[in-house]
Unconditional design. Structure first.
Length: 214
């Protein structure tokens, strides 16, 4: 199966997800994210403003906005830059809501919360195929701890992603939390990422078995 084929499988799964259970699924995701962000004391946070089938994390965004600096993506050509969250938000291309532009350049964050359509065996990101996050991450001064968020679980144990695709340190779904620390995949992470994974494991313990494909 190719990456594009798997993307279509995941998109179909998202479309077939019951709209009646979305509120429950979003509530579970928000609960996990809030615990994780507070416990790990993240101060500079890149989030996304939800659209379409993406998990609605606005509750988490607004809570973290009170204690941390929260950034949102701002479309910039074929990629985006991050700007501080401030109201009012304006609806732009693809139905994305953005804050007003900031002419100051921001390139340092502690954590990035990124929506995914699917993930592969190395926790590589499969998005909507536009490559915006793949172009954005190399512009950061250091690699942030990266949390993928998935409204409906869709993962394969095969390695489908390319070298330039964003890799996550943790996956949050309505069914629980997954970390690469629970797999046999060999991957070098920054010391800070390992520290955050260890801290997160104290509250989540990674009890859910994610060693098999979904």
């Amino acid at each position: 199966m190719s990456k594009s084929d798997f993307r279509q499988v995941c998109l179909e799964r998202l479309k077939q997800s019951s709209p009646y259970t979305k509120r429950v699924r979003d509530a579970k995701i928000n609960s996990i994210l809030e615990q994780l962000l507070v416990y790990c004391s993240f101060k500079q946070i890149l989030c996304y403003w939800p659209m379409g089938f993406e998990a609605d994390i606005r509750k988490t965004i607004l809570k973290m906005w009170q204690r941390s600096t929260v950034y949102l993506p701002f479309m910039d050509g074929v990629s985006f830059k991050m700007v501080p969250l401030r109201y009012p938000l304006e609806r732009k291309a693809f139905g994305i809501y953005e804050p007003r532009d900031s002419y100051r350049k921001y390139n340092v964050i502690d954590v990035a919360i990124v929506p995914v359509v699917g993930v592969d065996g190395s926790l590589g990101r499969i998005g909507f195929g536009k490559g915006m996050y793949d172009r954005f991450f190399p512009t950061l001064k250091t690699k942030p701890f990266t949390i993928f968020v998935q409204s409906s679980v869709c993962r394969t144990m095969r390695n489908l992603c390319d070298d330039y695709d964003v890799q996550g340190d943790m996956l949050v779904t309505p069914r629980g939390v997954y970390s690469l620390r629970k797999t046999n995949v060999k991957r070098t992470t920054r010391r800070q990422c390992n520290r955050h994974c260890k801290r997160a494991s104290r509250i989540f313990n990674f009890k859910k078995d994610y060693s098999r494909p979904f």
